[in-house]
Design a binder for this molecule. Structure first.
Ligand code: PRP
Length: 214
């Protein structure tokens, strides 16, 4: 079994999709390049030009898990995924300032949200629970995995908690942004043990990434 703790190699867990396209140029500037096109392969783990660095490509929601449990030393994940994961079991030393957006509540245009128990649809159930509990509002959270904007239209929920970038998806579905929950951007997270045991390797990569961010 592979154990990222015992050797001096770095495993970096990357978030697939939009974040990957924006992260690869930053990684290249930091001197790390996959040896093959990540988008053209069905493989999930890749070698890089550096003999001691390997790259995994996984769902953003799985990146914190791999990093906290130490099967990846470093992770690249959206702050939304980190907040939803909810643990402080890793370091978060660097903001890559890409894939910026906001976690917000949204509701049908003009709707008054005065039900005693709001029905909130989201894939960010932990974020939603925590936010409404801080507001002192009673809510029922409905877990969905995508196309959240449909939920209020179809009467499944009163409002949603979702990522808003341009706001086009909300507008196209008769919804409007309401309350801001958190600013989101892509972060670098580091396993706690790796930060100690592989300090020089990790620190050197962080420094080069920081320079690439500018
Ligand atoms: C996100 C989010 C919204 C949309 C917001 O979805 O869930 O649907 O982007 O962007 P906008 O404000 O610019 O319209 P994404 O495309 O990441 O896919 P998802 O449905 O898998 O979350």
């Amino acid at each position: 079994m592979m154990n990222a703790m015992t050797d001096q190699t770095l495993v970096i867990a990357l978030t697939k999709g939009r974040i990957l396209d924006e992260v690869l140029p930053l990684l290249a500037q930091a001197g790390v390049m996959p040896t093959e096109d990540l988008n053209k392969s069905r493989k999930l783990i890749f070698d890089s030009n550096l003999p001691n660095v390997r790259l995994m490509v996984i769902r953003g929601s799985d990146v914190p898990t791999y990093v906290e449990l130490g099967s990846a030393d470093i992770g690249i994940a959206g702050k939304d995924m980190i907040l939803e994961y909810g643990s402080r079991g890793f370091y978060e030393p660097l903001d890559l300032k890409i894939a910026r957006c906001r976690l917000m509540t949204a509701a049908p245009v003009g709707a008054t949200l005065d039900a005693p128990r709001l029905r909130v649809a989201s894939k960010f159930v932990n974020v939603a629970k925590q936010y409404f509990s801080e507001q002192g509002r009673q809510v029922d959270i409905i877990k969905l995995n995508g196309a959240l904007e449909l939920a209020p239209i179809m009467g499944l929920s009163d409002c949603i908690v979702d990522i808003v970038d341009t706001g086009n998806t909300l507008r196209a579905n008769g919804l409007e942004p309401r309350e801001m929950i958190a600013e989101v951007s892509t972060r670098v997270i580091v396993n706690r043990a790796s930060m100690k045991i592989k300090h020089a390797l990790v620190q050197s990569l962080l420094t080069r990434l920081e320079r690439a961010v500018g």
